[in-house]
Design a binder for this molecule. Sequence first.
Ligand code: DAV
Length: 389
Amino acid sequence: MTLDVARQSQTGRTGLPADGTTPLVNSWNEWDPLEEVVVGRADGACYEPTEPGYRPQVRGARNAPFPTGAKPAETIARANEELDGLSDLLRSLGVTVRRPDPFDFSAALRTPSFEVENQYCSVCPRDVLITMGNQIVEATMSRRTRFFEYLPYRHLVYDYWNADQRVVWTTAPKPSMSDEMYREEFWTLTAEERQARMYDFEYCVTQTEVIFDAADITRMGRDVFVHESMTTNRLGISWLRRELEPRGLRVHGLRFPRDLFPSHIDATFVPLRPGLVLTNPDRPLEGEERDLFRSNGWEFVDAPEPKCTDDDMPSYCQSSRWLSMNLLSVSPDTVICEETEKETQGLLRGLGFEVLTVPFRNVYEFGGSLHCATWDVRRTGGCEDYFPA
Ligand code: DAV
């Protein structure tokens, strides 16, 4: 592969430095052996307010008012216990675990182009930050309540950047998040209307500013896939392409037309190891996008139907029951799954994976499961080409 010489002069063919040492920040895919990870924390978390880019709803009671302000202390404590449990498990595997700074999300925001009554939380670093080889990329974010969500991670980013001269740090352009950035019309469409327009790929954001959440990206070595969604628009994908392609990566947009409320790729399309992706049977990839994987010998395995229905998810959880597939790989043959997601665990064991489990359902209402709540900073291994054709 060709890597940008100016920015990666010490980098050899595989994306690793010629002297054999791994940069402090080094992760090229979702499955290589995990060495260092950031796990989110629930302290200071708030309920997400309704805003042009988001309409939170109470599960099973769509017309009930969604709570506002700080989450109750017990809710936060239960999530923290599970986040700590994940951290302990990772440490027991020899992985270095770091945590964001405590942060008060209850502060209102007022910027030149929007106001919001409170912010959200730091449970899901995956949404905010992504490692692209030796580069840390901070996402634009797509929602007002998440505009400043990079702040609890800034000291970690500075630590990595200060400690190793090879670490590259890039922040994406901050969007205005003004009313013009959103399409309120999206929220007024009936399910039938959304269905009829699924191939328009127009969601709650417009196409005039660069918008992406980092969790819409999945990495497979030299090829990086970006999910077009409610949280990532086409300009966001363009920005990532222009940023990453000069560094030797190939950036592909992916669309999952049947997902009528798409957000983040990690409960939809989850690479497990070279040549194998865990796919969501409700959200298949179509056409040329699917053919790229097929013609390079990649296999898709559908995730099993979770036993849990959408209404069995925690009341304030805004993610789908497909959090069942939101796993964290600690190596190409070992994954961590949520303890109650037995169907996913069974499938993965059948595929030859060692499956470790932790309880994590109390984290679900904070934005996701194991993949969402982590940011892998360093994995063993370099940049390989898994898509030669
Ligand atoms: O299927 O609701 C969940 C991803 C959360 N970060 C879903 C996507």
